[in-house]
Design a protein around this ligand. Structure first.
Ligand code: F0G
Length: 465
């Protein structure tokens, strides 16, 4: 049993949630086209769809909301937000955006041209979508271990420097930047080491190529560095966060994750020229460069949340809760991605439903089954999320296909997590009762997992005997 510290907070306010009958859930899921993304949240008991914007704010954050300065230009809340980002992430130029993908849009528009090539440590759907929309081809340069659910490598987010060198050798001048993430969401929340991140930056910089970091979960990454990377055990999380950002040229941030806020984000840069260009586009797409689509109160909540996010007691309990769920599934023989990542437990859907072909979307099917069984909403991270190759139009079949159970921060108790584990164990035990997978009945062109609709493949139900 892993160390499971008690939470460093107590509950001051509650939000009622309701359990439902299986019959109710069957009806709701059919109406949602077998896509849990399309369910109403009131039909969900435990919502593990995402850890993004779903965290519980602290009493300090709620009171910070009241101090929001809603001036259109130059709000006091912006300067507080800017200072918090500078202090904890170490970049000079801080440009607010409404959330992560707003920043991805701006950075991609600034730097990518048709024919560009962007290497990265695995893709994230919205990040790659913006790169591709602007004409780039994405190259995955993550280490091979990241594609193996069972491999216990401590830093499965690391860049394979030989792969990066090969992409640079082939496309050199057509690479506007290297796009790295800490942690790597699509690998299951796996961290990158400070040493590897620094080496990847050195390699890119030697060829005049900048590196931008997705810092959405860099605090969680810092926790793993402290636990696993030689030389860092005695450093604070705040220091390690700065060390992760230090070798990079800038960052794109979704403040909806680590920062414990419900909305918001930023682009952070060192180059004043690029910052000027980005501010110009923020004016067009997000809002003035001192609010970027956020209310003043959102910037206050983020500034306060950044400080709370690097608190060792907070991050220790947060990661431990995720590890607890992983441990419970492991001991019951449910196949999950190893090691357990920072924000989620990923159930290996191709292993659970190995009797279904990949064309019947085992990840999406498992998401449906887990909702039917226990009212739990997770999200597919596999073929549906990977979309189609823009060049060939063919479905992309990533090596990993899983059901992601993302844990919101400071929201669920241990008995909720036990309910999740018990449900997964039951679904796994009865997995052969699932006789049909799913196929698309409606397929949107971009980020299709959010709005797609499905039907059981060759039957009326996924449990069709
Ligand atoms: N980068 C990473 C690594 C993310 O996980 C996300 C969002 C984004 C960028 C985009 O940020 O949502 O603020 O626009 N991830 C959420 C998730 C949606 O569920 O993993 P956003």
């Amino acid at each position: 049993m892993p160390d499971h510290p008690a939470e460093p907070w107590r509950i001051k306010m509650i939000e009622p949630i309701r359990t439902t009958t299986r019959e109710h859930r069957e009806k709701a899921l059919r109406e949602a086209g077998w896509n849990p993304c399309l369910l109403r949240s009131e039909d969900v008991y435990i919502d593990l769809f995402t850890d993004s914007g779903t965290s519980a704010m602290s009493d300090r954050q709620w009171s910070a909301l009241m101090r929001g300065d809603e001036a259109y230009a130059g709000a006091r809340s912006f300067y507080l937000f800017e200072q918090a980002v500078r202090t904890h992430y170490g970049y000079e130029h801080v440009i607010p955006v409404h959330q992560g993908r707003g920043g991805e849009n701006i950075l991609s528009r600034c730097l990518i041209r048709p024919g560009s090539h962007v290497p990265g440590n695995m893709y994230f759907p919205s990040t790659r979508a913006h790169q591709e929309l602007n004409g780039a081809t994405f190259h995955d340069v993550i280490i091979d271990e990241a594609h193996d659910a069972a491999d216990e490598h401590p830093f499965k987010g690391d860049v394979d420097l030989a792969k990066l060198r090969a992409v640079i050798a082939e496309h050199g001048a057509a690479i506007p930047y290297v796009s790295l993430a800490a942690t790597v969401n699509m690998a299951g929340g796996q961290p990158i080491s400070v040493a590897n991140l620094t080496a990847a930056c050195d390699l890119a910089h030697a060829h005049g190529i900048p590196v931008f970091l997705d810092t959405a979960r860099a605090v969680e990454n810092a926790w793993f560095v402290k636990q696993r990377e030689p030389g860092w055990a005695n450093h604070s999380i705040a220091d390690i966060l700065l060390a992760l950002c230090a070798p990079t040229d800038g960052a794109v941030m979704s403040a909806k994750k680590d920062c414990l806020a419900n909305i918001g984000g930023w682009i952070a840069l060192r180059d004043p020229g690029l910052a000027e260009q980005a501010r110009g586009l923020v004016l067009l797409y997000e809002g003035l460069h001192t609010y970027g689509g956020m209310a003043g109160r959102d910037m206050e909540a983020i500034a306060q949340g950044i400080g709370e996010s690097v608190d060792e007691h907070h991050i220790r309990a947060r990661i431990a809760q995720v590890e607890y769920l992983g441990h419970r599934l492991d001991t019951a023989g449910v196949p999950i991605v190893h090691p357990v990542g920072g924000h989620c437990v990923c159930v290996d859907a191709t292993a659970v439903l190995d009797h279904l072909p990949r064309t019947e979307l085992p990840g999406q099917t498992l998401a449906a089954a887990v909702y039917l069984e226990g009212g739990i909403r997770g999200v597919e991270r596999g073929t549906v999320s990977a979309g189609r190759d823009p060049a060939t139009g063919e479905n992309r079949y990533p090596p990993l296909e899983f059901l992601r159970l993302a844990i919101p921060r400071r929201v669920y108790t241990q008995s909720h997590i036990d309910h999740v584990a018990d449900t997964l164990v039951r679904v796994h035990k009865n997995r052969h009762d699932i006789t049909h997978g799913l196929t698309f009945t409606h397929e949107p062109p971009h980020l299709r997992f959010f709005q797609a609709r499905f039907a059981p493949a060759g039957g009326a139900d996924i449990y069709d005997g």
